[in-house]
Design a protein around this ligand. Structure first.
Ligand SMILES: Nc1nc2c(c(=O)[nH]1)N[C@H]1C(S)=C(S)[C@@H](COP(=O)(O)OP(=O)(O)OC[C@H]3O[C@@H](n4cnc5c(N)ncnc54)[C@H](O)[C@@H]3O)O[C@H]1N2
Ligand code: MOO
Length: 424
C-alpha cells in the first residue's frame, strides 16, 4: 500500500534546523545539588560570596606585621603574640613588631603583610626569627578575598550540562537546590513481525529485537527516562493503537520507532503518522543511511521514525535524535563531544558508493602521538565516532575509495581512546 504524501528529502543540516524549530526546552524543576550531575541547569547561577570569602594563609607558618620588633645580624625578630587555627572566626589584629602562628586556610589577621612558612623561621620562646631577605620575597603566601571568584560573578551559564566541577563550585557557593530542565521522557516502539524479545524461543525467520536494548542503553547515556519500550508487528492498526496508548498513558516528550520505513508495501510508519493526524516534517534524508527515516509531530509529540537495521539506528540516533534531545534538555553550551565535526586522519582506506549523498560510517577514533586518527569500526567493535563523507557523483560507475592518510570529517560520540584500545 503506497501512500500518497509527497517526498520531503532534507540534508542533515536542514533536518537539524527543522527539528530544532519544532522542539523547545522542557519545563524546569528544582533538584537537590547532589542529584544534578549530568542535568542541564535552567537558570544562570551567580556567586553569593567571593572565593575565598576572607584573606587566607596558603602555608602553615607565621603572619607578620610590616615592622619587625628588631633586626639582629640579618634576621628580623618578631614577638609571637598568638595562634590562629583554620575555622577561627575571630578577626585578629597584628600590631607592629608582632607575628601570629597561622595554619593553612586560616584567616590572616588585620595588619598582616605576609605569611612566612614555618620551615624558614626559627622560634625561641616567644621570639620569632625570620631571615631578613624573606621580607622582600614576592610570594606573600596569602590568598586575598575574592581572588578566585568575585561576588556576583557568573558561576554557571543557563543551558550547561552540570559536571562534577560545577557541583564543587556550587557546593562552595552554598547552593542547595538547582533549577534544571526536566529529564526527557522517551518511548520506544520497535516494529517488525519477525521480531521476538531476547530470551524468547527463536524460530527460523525470526530475529531478536535488539534495537530496543540498544536504544534503552543510549537513552540512559543521554540522561533520558525510558518510559515505555514495546515491540509491535508490521500492522498499521496495531502500531497506531500502541502509539495512542503510549501517548495517553506514558505522556512521552519524544517517541522513537524503528522499522516499518521500507519503501513500497512496508512503509507503515508514514501511514501511521498520517492516520494519527500527524504530518511528516521530512520523510527522506539525503544521507546514507537515512534514506528511510522521518520526523513528525503527533499530537504535538515528536516522533523519530528510524529504519530497522540496528547500525542505521545507532548512526541516525546520534545524528538526529541527540540534537533533538539536547534541545528538549535545554542544552545551550555545547558538550565537548558529539556536537562538532572535526578533522581526523583516516588510517585505513574506505570503500564508498558514489551516491552524491552524505555517507555516515561507524568508526573508531583514537589519539596516536597526539594526532586524531579514525578508521571504520569492525563489526564487533564499539564505535566512538561517526565518519562523514560527502562523495560527489563523478560519473564513474560502481564503488569509489577514500585513500589512507587523508583528512576526513568525523563526529565523536563516545570517549576518545588510545590506539588499539578496542580489540575483539
Ligand atoms: N526495494 C528497496 N528496498 C529497500 C530500500 C530501497 O530503497 N528499495 N531501502 C532499504 C533501506 S536503506 C532501509 S534502511 C530499509 C528500511 O527498512 P525498514 O525500516 O522497513 O526496516 P525493516 O525492513 O523492518 O528491517 C530492516 C532490517 O532490520 C532488522 N530489524 C528491524 N527491527 C529490528 C529490531 N528491533 N532489532 C533488530 N533488528 C531489527 C530487520 O529484521 C531487517 O533485517 O529498507 C531497505 N529496503
Ligand atoms: O534508510 Mo536506510 O537507513 O538508508 O539504510
Amino acid at each position: 500500500m503506497k501512500n500518497n504524501s509527497s517526498t520531503l528529502a532534507y540534508s542533515l543540516q536542514e533536518a537539524h534546523t527543522a527539528i530544532a524549530a519544532k522542539l523547545s526546552p522542557l519545563a524546569q524543576e528544582q533538584v537537590p545539588l547532589a542529584q544534578t550531575l549530568g542535568r542541564i541547569n535552567a537558570v544562570s547561577i551567580f556567586a553569593d560570596h567571593p572565593k575565598p570569602s576572607y584573606a587566607q594563609s596558603t602555608r602553615d607558618g607565621f603572619a607578620l606585621a610590616e615592622q619587625p620588633h628588631s633586626v639582629v645580624e640579618g634576621s628580623a625578630e618578631f614577638q609571637l603574640s598568638g595562634e590562629i587555627a583554620a575555622g577561627c572566626i575571630e578577626q585578629q589584629q597584628v600590631q607592629a613588631g608582632q607575628a601570629y602562628r597561622i595554619m593553612t586556610g586560616a584567616m590572616v589577621p588585620c595588619g598582616t603583610v605576609r605569611v612566612v612558612p614555618f620551615e624558614i623561621c626559627r622560634e625561641k620562646e616567644a621570639r620569632l626569627s625570620v631571615p631578613r631577605e624573606e621580607l622582600d620575597r614576592k610570594e606573600l603566601f596569602i590568598r586575598p578575598q575574592g581572588k578566585d571568584i568575585k561576588q556576583g560573578q557568573r558561576l554557571v551559564t543557563a543551558g550547561t550540562r552540570l559536571c562534577p566541577n560545577h557541583l564543587l563550585m556550587l557546593a562552595e557557593n552554598g547552593s542547595q537546590e538547582i533549577w534544571v530542565h526536566r529529564h526527557p521522557r522517551v518511548a520506544v516502539i520497535c516494529t517488525g513481525s519477525e521480531l521476538v524479545k531476547s530470551g524468547e524461543a527463536l524460530h527460523l525467520g525470526q530475529k531478536i529485537s535488539s534495537n530496543g536494548v540498544l536504544l534503552a542503553a543510549i537513552l540512559q547515556q543521554e540522561h533520558c527516562l525510558l518510559v515505555r519500550s514495546v515491540t509491535v508487528g508490521d500492522d498499521t492498526d496495531m502500531i497506531m493503537t500502541r502509539i495512542q496508548q503510549i501517548l495517553a498513558q506514558d505522556k512521552p516528550d519524544l517517541m522513537i520507532s524503528t522499522g516499518g520505513m521500507g519503501p513500497g508495501k512496508f512503509d507503515l510508519m508514514e501511514q501511521v503518522v498520517t492516520r494519527l493526524g500527524g504530518k511528516p516534517v521530512y520523510n527522506r534524508l539525503k544521507v546514507r543511511p537515512g534514506k528511510a527515516t522521518l520526523f513528525a509531530l503527533i499530537d504535538n509529540t515528536p516522533l523519530f521514525a528510524l529504519p530497522g537495521p540496528p547500525p542505521a539506528v545507532r548512526l541516525l540516533f546520534h545524528e538526529l535524535v541527540v540534537p533533538g534531545l539536547h534541545r528538549l534538555q535545554g542544552l545551550l553550551k555545547n558538550d565537548i563531544i558529539s556536537t562538532e565535526l572535526v578533522d581526523a586522519i583516516l588510517t585505513e582506506p574506505m570503500g564508498i558508493r558514489r551516491t552524491g549523498h552524505l555517507v555516515l560510517k561507524s568508526a573508531v577514533a583514537t589519539l596516536c602521538n597526539g594526532r586524531l586518527q579514525v578508521r571504520p569500526a569492525g563489526k564487533l567493535e564499539q564505535m566512538n565516532a561517526i565518519i562523514h563523507l560527502v562523495c560527489e557523483a563523478d560519473g564513474k560507475a560502481g564503488r569509489g575509495e577514500v585513500e589512507k592518510n587523508q583528512l576526513v570529517k568525523m563526529r565523536l560520540v563516545g570517549p576518545l581512546v588510545a590506539s588499539n584500545h578496542y580489540t575483539t
